[in-house]
Design a protein around this ligand. Sequence first.
Ligand code: 0O2
Length: 219
Amino acid sequence: MSENNDAHINTMENAIHIFEDADSWSTVMLLYNSALKKINIKLEILNDEFQHAHQYNPIEHVKTRLKSAESIVRKLKRRGYESTTENMVKYVNDIAGVRVICSFTSDIYRIADMLASQSDIHVLFIKDYIKNPKESGYKSYHMIVTVPIYLSNGAVETKVEIQIRTVAMDFWATLEHKINYKFFDNVPEHIKRDLRSCAEMVSDLDAKMMDLNEQVRSL
Ligand code: 0O2
């Protein structure tokens, strides 16, 4: 790779060929782990700046995780791809996952806009399950982005999935995930109905809490 890091920013697909002398799985996981650290620090800075400027923290907390090898293989298999490092960097978007939990729905869009406007973050695509909830009732804002990770011999644009949601949306999603797991994804109809009804309550609660917060802030 070039001596000039900025001139040569590689995609992950290229990087696994460039690093082919090394163990490509470890290299790729090192890149994903570094990307998680980078996004985490960016969120911390934004939260600190918000506290400094407005005496208010839009972020309740942040969780990061690297998808397990079993889970990566399962996802590739489900989509009909062979388990290769090349397929995993190409087709699995959430190997590096960051979950940002906010108090209010308005914070979600604020955080998303602030991240998207940073020059080293490249937004690949967005899935807005808040404006378009899943049939299950799932609500969350997903951004698939890349950030450059500078290694000793060059930089690699590394993919990260950022899920941004409210505390209430997260509460719902966590329970729904547990229920799906317990029933091996064959959840009885009456439970699915109850979950959809809870999802509506979550939306009402989020709307009321945001309204209340705005009233208090305007006093
Ligand atoms: P896990 O166990 O969290 O890793 P893409 O990643 O865009 O290629 P995918 O996976 O269909 O395709 O994208 P999507 O719909 O944005 O989902 C990505 C992740 O969002 C999921 O990862 C879940 O974490 C979460 N998610 C999506 N839909 C639901 C839902 O209906 N309920 C809950 N609780 N979470 C959901 P994984 O790989 O499915 O699982």
